[in-house]
Write a protein that binds this ligand. Structure first.
Ligand SMILES: Cc1cc2nc3c(=O)[nH]c(=O)nc-3n(C[C@H](O)[C@H](O)[C@H](O)COP(=O)(O)O)c2cc1C
Length: 407
């Protein structure tokens, strides 16, 4: 049997996936398709967050604290969504962010995500724990690629991953810093979720109830981690990588990041920042961009929603680096609000992953087109014709917690 790290195209969406996608009007419907198609353990791995999932919920719901204040009588017959991300043109003000385990939801799912990003002319960030390796991704995708790296206890292992991304001409390195230890993802424990998959009575029944996912997965090879095979000193690298955080280096600190800054001469992005003092220090260190992120509520629970953390980070950074944000973005109007609060771009996490999980490549394309169409409509209804015009004049906050939005 092949493994999902082989350098082959991801399988195409089947006719019934396409029918589902055709009916999907929003990201919520793509999530519903994903929930129907995936075994519960896999769906919960994607959908779930840490502990009581307070941060997970608030990432999304906090966008609801802002109202849009439209301008009228503007000629909005044409709108331009182009913007600059890391100094290069991007067709849309968003990128597809790193999501490990995409191969669990669709064979070689990372490639489907990257191909959609390529077609949309936006950047794509490959996760350390992708199914498709750094090199295979580069062979198949000629557009902008970023490599997201976790820091393994075996530092030379991490160094080699970074060197491989450099050799494969990745434009940027994303260092994720909000995972010194794994988050307490209780759904995964409840579902006996593990890689390699555990065959407990609960899981066997779960898989049996989702025959299409089982068939597609087995036919194209059990998911593995393309970057970690033939490379790790650990014999069971899949197991190590999947037990979130167990193999990562919790001693990683500012000095270590400075060494990476010295070593990586291209664009450096630090992902997982919510504290303005950290933002200040990162600017001082010369990072090119940071992502205001709490890992989609999968790590520290009860941290702030990223849209609430964003304004202070933007004010602190004060254009000395680019500021991206992710977490809870499910509508084009969410993208608009993030840009209005000063983000340079938004990273998609579950939005694109739900599309992939629900319907394969056609689902990812639909996710991106839904957000694009919703953003265009929001811009037109707000009297905005291009991305640079989106600013705080279009926002009113309904909560004292985000009063500083209108400063
Ligand atoms: C299934 C899944 C896997 C993820 N894997 C990674 C990863 O490998 N590296 C990383 O930096 N972030 C990872 N993330 C976090 C995302 O990059 C992003 O921060 C988060 O999904 C944003 O929240 P949203 O999904 O609500 O949009 C993952 C998120 C999900 C849902």
């Amino acid at each position: 049997m092949s493994t999902s790290s082989d350098n082959a195209a991801p399988p195409a969406s089947l006719p019934w996936h396409r029918r589902g996608v055709g009916r999907a009007r929003n990201i919520k419907s793509l999530r519903a398709l994903a929930e129907r198609r995936l075994p519960r353990a896999i769906f919960d791995f994607v959908d779930g967050g840490a502990e009581d999932e307070v941060t997970l919920r608030e990432n999304s719901s906090s966008y609801g604290k802002y109202r849009l204040l439209p301008r009228v009588l503007v000629d909005v017959s044409s709108t331009d969504l182009k913007t600059n991300i890391l100094g290069r043109e991007s067709a849309l003000p968003f990128a597809i962010g790193p999501t490990g385990g995409a191969g669990f939801v669709w064979p070689r799912g990372d490639l489907a995500l990257a191909k959609t990003a390529e077609a949309a002319n936006i950047p794509y960030a490959l996760s350390t724990t992708s199914a498709v390796s750094i090199e295979h991704m580069r062979e198949r995708v000629s557009s902008r690629l970023w490599f997201q790296s976790y820091i393994f206890r075996q530092r030379d292992f991490t160094d080699k991953l970074i060197d491989r991304a450099y050799a494969a001409d990745y434009e940027a390195l994303v260092i994720t810093v909000d995972l010194p230890v794994g988050g307490n993802r209780e759904r995964d424990y409840r579902n006996d979720f593990a890689v390699p998959f555990k065959f407990t009575p609960r899981n066997v029944l779960d898989f049996a109830l989702h025959p299409e996912w089982v068939y597609t997965t087995l036919r194209h090879g059990l998911p593995s981690f393309g970057n970690l095979t033939n490379f790790s000193p650990s014999k069971d690298v899949n197991a190590a990588a999947s037990s979130v955080g167990r193999n990562y280096d919790s001693s990683f600190n500012w000095d270590d990041l400075a060494r990476i800054r010295d070593r990586w001469s291209r664009k450096l992005i630090v992902k997982g920042v919510v504290h303005p003092l950290d933002a200040e220090r990162l600017v001082g260190m010369g990072v090119d961009a940071m992502v205001v992120s709490n890992h989609g509520g999968r790590q520290l629970d009860s941290g702030p929603a990223t849209i609430d953390a964003l304004p202070q980070i933007v004010a602190t950074v004060n254009k000395r680096a680019e500021v991206f944000v992710d977490g809870g973005v499910r509508r084009g109007s969410d993208v608009f609000k993030a840009l209005a609060l000063g983000a340079d771009a938004v990273l998609l996490g579950r939005a694109s992953l739900f599309g992939l999980a629900g319907a394969g490549p056609a689902g990812v394309e639909r996710a991106v087109s839904i957000l694009r169409e919703e953003l265009v409509r929001t811009m037109k209804l707000c009297g905005v014709t291009n991305i640079a015009e989106i600013d705080r004049q279009f926002l009113v906050s309904t909560s004292p917690f985000c009063l500083n939005a209108n400063e």
